[in-house]
Design a protein around this ligand. Structure first.
Ligand code: ADP
Ligand code: ZN
Ligand code: ZN
Length: 728
């Protein structure tokens, strides 16, 4: 037999697949040592075949298998071929997603702890010990024959020399024990609820028939309980489950709830784990010690077979799409795996992505709904506050009088409040603080981004540039501002207003260290009254029973993000944020501060009217031909040398224009230009932007890949981005 082996997968830019003579027991998915030039190196067997195109006498043989198990499952080999074709990835890129770095040449060793076992009766041994050797005598009294002790425990209690003496005298025998590093989670008790009728219907539907489902359930409708019920049933059938959550900040609470119910059957995978923890969890899954995998995006690649359900919580989240190499879309992978395993795929959200809900309408997903909160608890009332009128009334601070009133009340009643600072990315927009005017692209109807370095406004969808605003074209005021309030400013103001109330801050700055999320959240959970100030991180998933007030400091921050999806994102964020209030016995209240109180998004948000918002938004997308009616493609060219990058962009552009001529009806937009950010790390950036309809999308994309392959070189890198989140 001949084995195809991928070698040298960490460094090389090209995929290297080589043929070797297989050993009699070589299997696909194995990690093997192979001769390579004068060295021997590590590789992965990705297929076995009868014949090679290499001459028999030139073929070398696999030296030996490194592990006594397969590190890649058969399913993943197929998945790899699927991804290579669909995303134009290299085999090596896929392996990077499938296998922890420890098995790719890095050195994280299994965590080994040293134990000592007592082999001799210490009472008789003691008789030969000098009476002034107090530590040794005390140690002898402490030890029991046959027992094992952690060596470090004994040395800290009875000194190193005492322990070593007993080891030397063969009273204690050393044993090295491999341990699993388990990511911590804060403990919660499992409160098992009887499912409501609505919950039960959803569970039964999903279990009844293999299909793709979209669960549209308002915040606090008990979706988590639905997931747990489904998974419990699947596990009792002897099958496994994967559940994805969007962000690490969500995982501790969710994980605790799952650990409480399923204990060690749960494994967790996300990028916040240390390399060692990830390695151990990965092995626990591969060795079938865990039946349920919970994690962020990358957990979709978990090495688990016999899958009975895949759940994607908060399916609208952008984090399910990988934007850096290797680029992939989690939903494609989830669909592949659910089909391979003949199991259901369940997407869920309180604010489904517009394109997902459209799919549910078209019958591609089966729609399940939980329209009410558990036990008929009311949705919190959302009050829209016009910040321009606050300014006119002399209040130029960041808190409206309504928010101050509600904060006072919340604190007096010893409840908790969450204040939300909406910041997406670092780009900023300009705004007239007199009338609320925000400049938009004349061609694309999206907000312009202010580029400070050049003092220009730019459209990220067509590349047009505009002068920065100094006078409002609408009301002639010069009160133009850009930039946003930050978390820190809000925290400082709160300290000033409420000296004795604990205020917690949660954003990128305060959560850099490991477990910081958990620490902040668990401290907040224990303090009453208390205020939690934060960015997107605090908006989702959290279930704190005493939060009665949610304040949204400047709702418009994401509304005027330079993105065709910005209204949709605003609807999602604010609905999710509002959903943190009034989840238990106490009723909740939401104060939404805005400079555009009449924007249609806020009207739908305040009424919790997803369906009409969906219709309106879909209509706009249809008229402007943006996704889900088209796909946006960007080819990003970058190189040190401007001449070269301009030349290559031009050549590709010419070829793509030919493709367009072939599919004239399919191209809605095509142009080449400098990228909005023209230079990153000394590399000059150009781009070709296009929007294409869906009819022949796959064909067109494959042709575009071919063009890129032709011009990609060591001097110019070309990235193909499909529906990128960020066009800077
Ligand atoms: P969602 O994920 O939809 O926002 P959760 O699953 O967090 O909602 O549920 C909201 C709250 O309701 C949680 O505190 C949960 O413990 C509680 N809950 C869920 N299902 C039930 C039920 N059937 N009966 C009573 N309480 C429930
Ligand atoms: Zn104005
Ligand atoms: Zn434009």
């Amino acid at each position: 037999m001949i084995a195809e082996v991928i070698v040298d997968i960490t460094n090389s830019m090209v995929d290297k697949v080589f043929d070797y003579n297989a050993l009699s027991d070589t299997v696909v998915g194995q990690r093997v040592m192979v001769p390579f030039g004068k060295r021997s190196i590590q590789g992965f067997v990705i297929s076995l075949k009868q014949q090679s195109s290499v001459q028999t006498d030139k073929l070398k043989s696999i030296l030996y298998a490194i592990d006594d198990y397969q590190v890649i499952l058969p399913e993943h080999i197929e998945l790899m071929h699927f991804m290579v074709k669909k995303y134009h990835l290299r085999y090596a890129d896929c392996l990077r997603l499938f296998i922890p770095s420890e098995l790719r040449g890095d050195t994280v060793k299994p965590l080994v702890k040293t134990y000592v076992e007592v082999c001799v009766d210490t009472n008789s041994y003691k008789k030969n010990v000098r009476s002034n050797a107090k530590n040794i005598l005390a140690l002898c009294d402490y030890l029991k024959i046959g027992e094992s002790y952690l060596k470090s425990d004994l040395t800290s209690k009875f000194t190193q020399s005492a322990v070593n003496k007993l080891i030397d005298d063969k009273v204690l025998k050393i044993r090295q024990v491999e341990q699993n590093r388990q990511p911590i989670s804060y403990a919660v008790k499992d409160t098992r609820h009887n499912l409501t009728v609505m919950q039960k219907n959803a569970v039964d539907e999903v279990l009844k028939k293999q299909d793709n489902y979209l669960l549209f359930g308002v915040t606090g409708s008990g979706k988590t309980e639905v997931y747990m019920s489904i998974i419990e049933n699947i596990v009792s059938q002897g099958k496994n489950a994967i559940m994805l959550v969007p962000e690490i900040s969500l995982t501790p609470q969710m994980l605790s709830r799952f650990r409480a119910r399923f204990s060690d059957n749960v494994a967790i995978l996300h990028s916040g784990l240390s390399a060692g923890e990830r390695f151990d969890e990965w092995r626990r899954i591969l060795f079938k010690q865990a039946k349920i995998v919970i994690g962020a995006r990358s957990a979709i690649f978990a090495p688990i077979d016999n899958i009975g359900i895949i759940i994607i919580d908060e399916e609208h989240e952008t984090s399910y799409i990988s934007e850096s190499n290797p680029r992939y879309n989690t939903f494609d992978i989830a669909k592949f795996r659910s089909q391979y395993n003949h199991c259901s795929l369940l997407l869920a959200s309180a604010t489904p992505d517009i394109s997902s809900y459209l799919k549910a309408q078209n019958g591609e997903y089966k729609l399940l709904t939980l329209p009410k909160r558990v036990n008929d608890r009311p949705m919190p009332k959302i009050q829209i506050v016009d910040m321009l009128s606050e300014i006119r009334n002399g209040n130029t601070g960041m808190f409206s009088s309504a928010l101050l009133y509600e904060l006072d009340k919340c604190i007096k009643e010893k409840h908790q409040a969450m204040l939300f600072i909406n910041r997406r990315g670092y780009s900023s927009f300009m705004r007239c603080t007199n009338c609320g005017y925000v400049p938009k692209c004349t061609d694309c109807d999206v907000t312009l981004v202010y580029h400070r370095a050049e003092n220009k406004l730019k459209c990220h969808y067509c590349g047009k540039r505009f002068k920065a605003l100094t006078v409002c074209p609408n009301c002639k005021s010069t009160a133009i501002r850009n930039g946003a309030v930050g978390t820190e400013q809000v925290v400082a103001k709160l300290h000033e207003l409420y000296k004795d109330v604990p205020v917690f801050q949660m954003d990128n700055d305060t959560t850099r260290t490991k477990n910081a999320y958990q620490n902040i959240l668990s401290k907040f959970a224990q303090s009453k009254p208390a205020i939690l100030v934060g960015t997107q991180m605090i908006a989702k998933g959290h279930d704190f029973s005493d939060v009665t007030l949610v304040g949204i400091i400047d709702a418009d921050q994401s509304l005027y993000h330079s993105d065709y999806k910005s209204t949709e994102k605003t609807f999602e964020l604010i609905t999710q944020m509002a959903g943190r209030a009034g989840r238990d016995k106490e009723e909740g209240k939401v104060i939404l501060q805005t400079y555009s109180p009449r924007h249609y998004a806020y009207r739908y948000i305040a009424n919790y009217d997803y369906k009409n918002f969906f219709e309106k938004e879909l209509n706009i997308r249809k008229n402007t031909m943006f996704p889900p009616f088209t796909t946006i493609l960007r080819l990003l060219f970058s190189a040190q040398n401007e001449e070269i990058v301009r030349e290559v962009t031009k050549l590709c552009y010419t070829e793509i224009k030919n493709i367009r001529n072939e599919y004239l009806d399919e191209f809605v937009y095509l142009d080449a230009m400098k990228s909005p950010i023209t230079k990153i790390k000394n590399k000059i950036r150009y781009q070709i932007l296009m929007r294409i309809k869906h009819n022949h999308e796959d064909e067109i994309i494959q042709k575009i890949y071919q063009v890129c392959d032709k011009y990609q070189s060591a001097k110019v890198s070309i990235f193909v981005e499909i529906n990128p989140q960020n066009l800077s």
